[in-house]
Design a protein. Structure first.
Length: 369
């Protein structure tokens, strides 16, 4: 298949730089041999720097969802009471996973486009002392909202000392998330969002308190058994055959990120987030996010103007401008579209999107402001 260069603005997968593509073509090695030992040991150490953690960290061969599933099944038992704070489709999916494994889930829902309110989390934990763990999504990709994780953690860990499980799939490596500093027990992210590599790896961190929970947890697990991952990692291996090519890519991506410095990476994402929002508003479009101080610096969700056909808008962008936008998810599928701006992305990429929108919008019945 011959696919021309696209301006791929889905919030994952994201574009892969050429040198990372090249790195992934490194010759195959024995995943039980000395070269692999070196590779996984270095990649794990590099990821711990990006996570800003001393906790155990594991690289799993799966998409982000597998990483999230590993957080749940390794720390909880069927019947455990869990508080799930969500304001979008990824938060809902995290909750559904816990439910599927038999957790007794207490729902704390917010409007899609709003942020999780730490005060409501406090009230919920106060009202139900039986809650053992809290599930939260750091950056809700479906709505373009970054929830106030430090404040949520202050309540969950600081005041109530519950287990905190974090979906950081579209934030880690792009937005500040010091895992130890913010006291996050179990955190999962994935390769194809902020890490500039293709889909297929998940990265998870596990705190000492999470290991204590793990010792009692009885949810069924096999492929995602983190105790097995820990035992193997001591020997520089993984329990099952890992995606070696993606690990080469990861090593190359980590070199890039750490060479740039994470503070600079965060500043770059903050800049491009602002640039995107200002550009979109200048076209006369409206953001979904209710309070812009919670606007995500990795993905922007935009309301489809009255009378505009979302799928026509996006297919014109794709077919005529080579700009691949994302639609909405779940109940927002027709009413928003999204621009991903995470990982390997520049202002020029976003300017191209804005220029394309300026040309397309009049043709779908909206006159840019
Ligand atoms: C993309 C994403 C996921 C799902 O990850 P997969 O790699 O598709 O399994 C989960 N949560 C968030 C916040 C995401 O952005």
């Amino acid at each position: 298949m011959n696919i021309p260069r696209q301006n791929l603005r889905t919030p994952g997968p994201t574009p892969v730089p050429d040198d990372i593509v090249d790195a992934m073509g490194t010759p195959m090695i024995d995943h039980r041999g000395p070269e692999f030992f070196e590779l996984i040991t270095q990649a794990t150490a590099g990821l711990k720097q990006v996570f800003a953690t001393q906790n155990d960290l594991f690289i799993l061969t799966s998409s982000g969802t597998g990483g999230l599933e590993s957080l749940i099944v390794n720390s909880l038992s069927p019947g455990d009471r869990v508080l799930s704070a969500t304001a979008g489709s990824f938060g809902d999916r995290f909750r559904e996973m816990a439910t599927a494994y038999g957790a007794d889930v207490q729902r704390l829902d917010f409007e899609w486009g709003d942020a999780v309110d730490p005060e409501a989390v406090r009230t919920a934990l106060h009202d139900d002392p039986g809650i053992k763990a809290v599930l939260v999504t750091h950056n809700e990709t479906s709505t373009g909202v970054t929830h106030p994780l430090p404040e949520i953690s202050q309540v969950v860990k600081g005041e109530f000392d519950k287990l905190l499980l974090v979906d950081a799939v579209s934030s880690l490596g792009c937005l500040p998330l010091p895992v130890d500093g913010w006291n996050c027990d179990l955190v999962a992210t994935a390769s194809q969002k902020g890490f500039m590599i293709p889909p297929g790896l998940a990265f998870v961190s596990v705190s000492p308190a999470a290991w204590e929970a793990e010792a009692e947890a009885t949810m069924p697990r096999f492929y995602f058994d983190l105790r097995a991952a820990r035992d193997y990692l001591e020997r520089g291996q993984t329990p099952f055959t890992p995606n070696v090519a993606l690990l080469y890519g990861l090593q190359s991506a980590l070199d890039k990120l750490l060479e740039e410095g994470m503070e600079s990476v965060y500043e770059r994402h903050a800049d491009i987030g602002r640039f995107t929002r200002e550009g979109v508003k200048a076209l006369g479009l409206e953001l979904l996010v209710d309070d812009e101080s919670y606007a995500s610096n990795t993905v922007t969700a935009i309301k489809v103007p009255e009378g505009v056909d979302n799928s026509r808008l996006r297919s014109l962008a794709h077919n005529e401008e080579n700009v691949v936008l994302a639609g909405g998810q779940g109940k927002l599928s027709n009413s928003i579209f999204r621009i991903g701006h995470l990982g390997y992305v520049s202002r020029e990429d976003i300017q191209e999107v804005l220029d394309a929108l300026a040309r397309i919008l009049p043709r779908v019945g909206f006159n840019p402001g």
